[in-house]
Design a protein around this ligand. Structure first.
Ligand code: 4AD
Ligand code: MG
Length: 432
């Protein structure tokens, strides 16, 4: 069996014989010579096929090659300043592995067309770059929590309860019973801490979002953590910690990908090097009024537009704390110093990207939770098992959820969250 090199490995070898496999990324030529630029997951590499060298018969087959044909070839690699990645392969033999019909994706195609052809568009250098960064982001989250001695723990996806309110829940007919697709791992995680201590997960969450914003998916990957015996400060400490670790890993490994994406990695460096900025919700309203001329009534949630304006003022993420109780989830702990607000926080990414993490200290008192559930139109009896957790040795605990695609959108500087996941699901986009 021949040893095939990736295109990047061939470039690193730099001279001598190479055997390669890949897809035709670009092709041009004449009746005597053909330039095939190959691509694989590593890079692109120009290959030259001469009729004289390869023979009339093979050359006539190669002449018909279209973009995305898969090929295997052997040849000699050498430096060539004129070639797109600085090297060129002089082909000695070439085998067509899979022919390609005329590739539907050409230059300057509409966003909708690319979305309809997502299964093919994934091969673009842009999507390859984003998906490589995505892979590193998952790895970094996992490494961060394991390094900090958190255990991996799983919640069910089918849930009889909803964690983040009924308005964005997907109902499922579960053998005649009504169930929901989970919006968050959290409620079951609150049971897990009594067994494992500090825990984390990376799992899909579902939200029946009726919004058409550029930052909402109906199915997204949610990195969540839950701590025990902790303080609210600890939750914020790890929100900042995991984001800094993700940035460090991505900046270390993906300078090439940033070039392909035309994203300036310098814009991410402040978030890695400087401390995040902490402010209360009430302070955030003051800043919005003074610096952005935006008047938000105390008690109203920050909308996408307000988060965007606020975070454009900073080059590091913001940790906005102590939101009004009535706009936050039933499980958030009341601030002992002000019963109008909760010990909850949203981490907002700079440059206008907005909320990437939401978390809180959890309410420990069962009666308070029951009261809040009723106020939010929920039936506390469905939450019996959850309320039990407050009746058998309840302890201080808290955690957060990080929207993985939100973080990727910010890191890659994307216009739309849909490009942060291979096959996005939104209200209007659910194929392919
Ligand atoms: O703020 P959320 O709703 O918080 C929770 O679900 C908590 N139960 C988490 C916890 O404390 N364990 O969601 C957390 C994060 C948001 O900050 C956002 O980054 C992301 O999940 N998110 C979405 N990402 C993409 N599309 C959506 N529709 C999202 N909704 C939330
Ligand atoms: Mg939130």
């Amino acid at each position: 069996m021949k040893k095939y090199l990736t295109l990047q490995e061939a470039i690193e070898q730099g001279s001598g014989k190479v055997a390669l496999q890949g897809w035709v990324y670009r092709e041009r030529g004449s009746s005597k010579i053909k330039f095939l630029v190959l691509r694989d997951h590593t890079t692109i590499l120009q290959c030259v096929v001469e009729k004289e060298k390869i023979g009339e018969k093979k050359f006539s087959l190669i002449d018909k090659i279209q973009i995305e044909t898969s090929v295997r070839l052997e040849g000699t690699i050498k430096k060539d300043e004129r070639a797109p990645t600085g090297y060129e392969v002089n082909v000695e033999d070439l085998e067509i592995v899979g022919i390609a019909n005329e590739f539907p994706i050409q230059k300057d195609q509409s966003v909708e067309f690319l979305a309809d052809n997502r299964h093919l568009w994934l091969r673009s250098r842009r999507m390859t770059a984003i998906l490589k960064i995505r892979s590193t982001v998952f790895q970094a989250i996992d490494t961060y929590f394991r390094n900090n001695k958190f255990y991996l723990y799983h919640s069910p996806i089918f849930s009889p309860n909803n964690c983040e309110g009924g308005s964005t829940v997907f109902k499922v007919d579960y053998f005649g019973n009504e169930m929901f697709l989970t919006q968050s791992w959290q409620l079951y995680a609150e049971a897990g801490i009594f067994s494992l201590g500090n825990i984390y997960t990376i799992a899909p969450s579902f939200r029946a979002e009726r919004s058409k914003t550029s930052r909402h998916l109906t199915e997204y990957w949610h990195a969540e953590m839950e701590m025990v015996w902790n303080t609210f400060e600890d939750v914020m400490h790890h929100a900042e910690g995991v984001l800094k670790f993700i940035l460090k890993e991505v900046l270390d490994k993906h300078q090439e990908e940033f070039k392909i994406l035309e994203r300036d990695p310098k814009k991410l460096e402040p978030a890695l090097k400087k401390p995040f900025i902490k402010m209360t919700y009430t302070d955030a309203l003051k800043i919005l009024k003074e610096k952005c001329k935006m008047d938000v009534e105390w008690g109203k949630d920050l909308r996408t537009l307000e988060e965007e304006k606020l975070t454009k003022l900073y080059d590091v993420p913001l940790l906005v704390t102590r939101y009004p109780k009535k706009i936050k989830a039933f499980y958030m702990k009341e601030d002992p110093e002000n019963s109008e607000v909760v010990l909850g926080m949203d981490c907002l990414a700079p440059e206008g990207y907005g909320e990437i993490i939401g978390g809180s200290q959890r309410e420990e008192n069962a009666e308070e939770i029951e009261k809040r559930l009723r106020e939010q139109g929920e039936d506390p009896s469905v939450y019996g098992w959850y309320l039990d957790l407050r009746k058998y040795g309840s302890v201080p605990h808290g955690g957060f959820g990080l929207g993985v695609e939100r973080v990727i959108t910010w890191i890659c500087g994307l216009d739309n969250i849909k490009d942060a996941i291979p096959f996005p699901r939104t209200m209007f986009r659910f194929t392919p």
